[in-house]
Design a protein around this ligand. Structure first.
Ligand code: HEC
Ligand code: HEC
Ligand code: HEC
Ligand code: HEC
Ligand code: HEC
Length: 414
């Protein structure tokens, strides 16, 4: 065992792709933000999210195999609720076909740049290198505390909570049991309750890639300027209520609807026509609605007949930050800022008879940008390896399946 005390990709510390170089400083920039370096939370985060993360090394001799394991299933033996939540969350799916088809076309250093956010443990990078047959892959098989499939497990518990086999977590809310705790107890740190903990991956640094002058990922800064952010409501308070590990967002119909407060008003325009106006306010997201360049949300007003069938569209608007597939040009950006109200209105001929209504509907494509760019890649990449093409098709299928719609409001015509 001793021989594999440090089991990692050879020279991982040096392998930062030129293209991903800006990402290397991300943790530090985002973590230090505007705050002075003496800030203990910034200092903790800079070390906790060092890029690349150092390998865990050999576990303390006193640890059982269960305590030493980096497998989320092992944590789940004792932390049942967190494991159940995490398993259905998107953080457990950060290594899917959408990432893997690209890894077939990338070298190790470029892939490691992606894995900083998608699968950041040194042990995950080493396993991925073994999978791909990259030159820096370790010669030895993984030690027992590294489960053989960890590279596919996504953003695992250990990525956020374990360094050198030591557990880090938020200060306990209820006093822990007395006596010796499993895995040598834990080191509490308020950084886990701070939005900067999330900024490491959800905010590009000042020097990061921009489009039309604006950073491509700006969630933390949007949050700081938002109404909830200024009121001190952290990312965790909305995305991890009661410390739940679900991280629901734009992929979740209920969560997405909760971002909005809508009203729907009808009025006579003249003797024949009616006016409808929907006010769509971002009152519940702690950032732009939506925050990324990836999703698109289409709002439509429909006339509904007495049997509930749609009888025509009155108005529509697309809310997104849309870019071309290469991410070199922004087509438009009309995301709804925190506290801002978007108005959608239209005119329609008053239907004869009773029981008609008007409906405000929201169609969400959580992965719209990826759908466009992946389709483009499928059609325009010459000599794509067969495996990559298969994964790409699978990724497109998943993106398509993630689309949904919600009826936000309905008003009966009197
Ligand atoms: C054998 C049971 C067991 C296993 C396995 C285990 N833990 Fe724990 N863990 C505990 C107990 C008991 C505590 C202390 C009581 C508590 O806060 O839940 C604890 C505390 C923690 C805390 C601190 C909680 C806080 O209040 O901040 C974190 C974080 C944590 N464990 C993470 C993990 C992770 C990650 C894994 C897997 C890599 C893991 N644990 C595996 C039993 C276990
Ligand atoms: C993306 C990072 C991340 C991942 C992945 C993650 N956690 Fe956490 N975990 C946190 C944060 C942040 C908190 C504190 C939330 C708060 O205070 O609002 C936390 C809190 C905890 C706590 C303390 C809970 C309490 O009620 O006091 C435990 C235990 C824990 N996590 C275990 C796990 C386990 C087990 C997994 C995997 C199944 C896991 N975590 C995955 C970030 C993460
Ligand atoms: C700074 C952190 C960060 C880095 C580095 C990063 N990503 Fe992501 N990635 C994210 C976040 C956050 C999301 C979810 C939000 C979104 O959809 O944009 C995401 C989503 C994705 C998705 C869509 C979800 C899926 O699984 O299909 C793909 C594909 C993806 N990233 C690929 C990559 C690739 C390839 C790289 C490296 C070239 C990379 N990412 C680098 C943070 C990052
Ligand atoms: C180590 C990097 C990392 C950290 C730290 C991190 N995330 Fe994520 N997060 C990701 C990636 C990558 C995805 C994309 C998952 C996918 O779609 O494949 C994601 C997805 C999400 C989503 C799902 C959004 C959707 O599209 O529905 C939410 C919400 C989220 N993260 C919130 C948080 C919060 C809150 C924190 C802090 C407690 C946090 N994240 C910390 C990397 C990270
Ligand atoms: C006041 C509650 C609230 C706060 C605070 C908040 N969010 Fe959200 N977040 C939401 C809601 C609601 C959605 C779903 C609607 C949307 O996508 O804007 C969401 C969506 C997301 C998404 C999905 C992707 C997308 O394009 O919208 C990510 C990622 C995310 N939040 C991360 C964060 C991070 C990181 C922070 C802290 C810097 C944060 N959120 C703060 C409520 C909040």
């Amino acid at each position: 065992m001793k021989k594999f005390a440090v089991w990692v990709v050879a020279g991982a510390g040096l392998l930062i792709a030129a293209g991903a170089a800006f990402l290397g400083s991300g943790a530090r920039d985002a973590a230090s933000g505007q705050t002075p370096p003496s800030d203990p939370i910034a200092a903790f985060l800079a070390k906790h999210w060092d890029n690349p993360l150092p390998p865990q090394g050999a576990p303390p001799a006193s640890f059982s195999a269960l305590e030493a394991s980096l497998a989320p299933e092992a944590c789940g033996q004792c932390h049942v609720q967190q494991y159940r939540d995490w398993r259905v969350s998107l953080h457990s799916r950060t290594v899917g076909p959408g990432l893997l088809w690209q890894f077939r076309l990338m070298d190790q250093s470029a892939a490691n740049g992606c894995m900083r956010c998608h699968a950041p443990l040194a042990e995950q990078k080493a396993l991925m290198a073994l999978d791909r047959g990259w030159s820096g892959a370790p010669a030895a098989p993984p030690p027992a505390y590294v489960p053989p499939n960890l590279q596919h497990a996504g953003l695992v518990c250990a990525a956020c909570h374990v360094r050198a086999h030591q557990r880090f977590g938020p200060p306990a809310r209820t006093p822990s049991a007395t006596g010796p705790l499993p895995h040598g107890g834990f080191s509490p740190n308020a950084a886990f309750e701070d939005s900067r903990f999330c900024a490491v991956c959800h905010q590009f640094p000042e020097s990061g890639p921009r489009l039309n002058g604006k950073l491509l990922e700006n969630t933390y800064e949007e949050w700081r300027a938002s109404l909830p952010g200024r009121a001190g409501q952290t990312c965790q308070s909305c995305h991890m209520p009661d410390r739940r590990h679900l991280w629901r967002g734009i992929h979740d119909p209920e969560m997405t609807a909760r971002a909005l407060t809508v009203t729907l008003d009808l009025d006579m325009f003249d003797s024949q026509y009616m006016l409808v106006q929907a006010n769509i306010a971002n009152t519940g997201a702690g950032h732009y609605f939506p925050t990324y360049v990836v999703p698109e949300v289409v709002f439509t007003l429909h006339l509904i007949d007495p049997s509930g069938r749609t009888k025509g569209e009155i108005a529509r608007t697309v809310v997104a930050r849309r870019a071309n597939v290469e991410l070199t040009q922004e087509r438009f950006d009309n995301r709804i800022r925190s506290g801002e109200t978007r108005i959608l209105s239209g005119r329609f001929k008053r239907p004869a008879g009773a029981g008609w209504s008007v409906e405000l509907r929201m169609d969400v494509s959580p992965g719209a940008h990826y759908q466009r760019s992946f389709r483009y890649a499928l059609e325009h990449t010459a000599h794509m390896p067969r495996e990559a093409r298969q994964l790409l098709r699978e990724a497109l299928k998943q993106l398509e399946a993630a689309r949904y719609h919600v009826t936000l409001a309905r008003t009966v015509i009197h």
